[in-house]
Ligand binder design. Structure first.
Ligand SMILES: Cc1ncc(C[n+]2csc(CCOP(=O)(O)OP(=O)(O)O)c2C)c(N)n1
Ligand SMILES: [Mg+2]
Length: 314
């Protein structure tokens, strides 16, 4: 599981700007964006546990997390989200359908050809696509300096002909206000935009543990970014606006209760198994495909088909 602890600002800032018709295609560090799109928390937690009540029936897990009704999708293929979201944005424009498409990628995705091809087409066709690139300084354990001569993600995107800008991923309020302008420009038909978010992940590339012992980053670097944590900063801004400590604690307690209830329910729910849930559904699908394949190969009256052993059958 790829945690986004430390990287909460962008999905939090984006969430209030999203509409039902919008579609998000995210990379695997997607939990914040799933919630930002309004997909239900209990189904996400159940999905993590591999349970039938999960958003994908327990078959996708964290890495391929999706919620069809919320138009939220994610996947493991680095760079993949840009191509898929570009297709969605193209379809929206072609069909004059409401909504915008949002692709969420990491900095490593700009090292993949598909990102550049898809961004190029998005710019050419002026489709309603917002690409959010979360630059957390590393692709797994490899820093940018070991992957490219370029030291700027947005300078790699601009020659494509797409406006690109870099935003601070620690101040949720500032980020929200700028994203609000950008999203409304895209909704007005101004074409696609690329946003690089400066951010940092606290946990290892995969899993909840600290990984400074691997040697690709230092404990000091992690500590320095923790001092810029977006959540305490937001708390401070809320206090400055006159929101009481008690009100903030009440919000936190309500969220804790919601999360605990989701975990309790997920632990009680069933694993998919034969005769239950999606496995039953998929075996039904396999059976019906096999039936229709058989029906297709059945000779229609008067036709001649091969019997499979080289002889002819009528
Ligand atoms: C097409 C493809 N190539 C390689 C990988 C292996 N891989 C998994 S995660 C990862 C690093 C991606 O880093 P980044 O895009 O910066 O996202 P982050 O994990 O930092 O959020 C790589 C190379 C993959 N999943 N897909
Ligand atoms: Mg990265």
């Amino acid at each position: 599981m790829h945690f986004c602890l430390g990287q909460e600002a962008a999905p939090a800032a984006l969430s209030p700007l999203l509409q039902a018709a919008d579609h998000i295609v995210s990379h695997y560090r997607s939990h914040g964006y799933y919630l930002a799109k309004g997909a239900p928390l209990p189904e996400m937690i159940a999905e993590f546990h591999g349970k039938t009540t999960g958003s994908n029936g327990g078959t996708a897990g964290s890495m391929e997390l999706g919620h069809d009704d919320s138009h939220f999708f994610s996947g493991a293929i680095v760079g993949g989200p840009v191509g898929i979201a570009m297709g969605m944005a193209f379809a929206m424009k072609y069909r004059n359908a409401p909504g915008i498409a949002i692709s969420v990628i990491g900095d490593g995705a700009l090292d993949e050809g598909v990102s550049h091809e898809a961004l190029n087409l998005a710019a050419l066709h002026a489709v309603p696509l917002l690409t959010i690139c979360e630059n957390n300084l590393y692709a797994a354990h490899t820093p940018e300096a070991m992957r490219t001569m370029s030291r700027s993600l947005i300078e790699r995107v601009r020659p494509i002909g797409m406006p690109a800008e870099k935003l601070d991923g620690t101040d949720i309020v500032k980020l929200h206000l700028r994203l609000k302008e950008i999203v409304s420009e895209i909704r007005r038909g101004a074409g696609p935009r690329f946003i690089e978010i400066e951010t940092y992940r606290y946990c290892g590339h995969v899993g909840p543990e600290n990984d400074d012992w691997l040697g690709y980053r230092t404990a000091e670097e992690i500590a320095a970014w923790r001092k810029r944590d977006p959540i305490p900063l937001l708390r401070g801004q809320a206090r400055e606006l006159g929101i009481s400590e008690e009100a903030l604690l009440n919000v936190e307690a309500a969220i804790e209760t919601e999360i605990s209830a989701a975990f309790d329910a997920a632990r009680r729910d069933d694993f998919p198994g034969f005769g239950r849930g999606p496995v039953e559904r998929s075996s039904r699908t396999v059976r019906s495909c096999a039936r229709s394949a058989r029906d297709r190969t059945r000779p229609s009256p008067g036709s001649v088909i091969s019997s499979g052993d080289g002889s002819r059958a009528r």
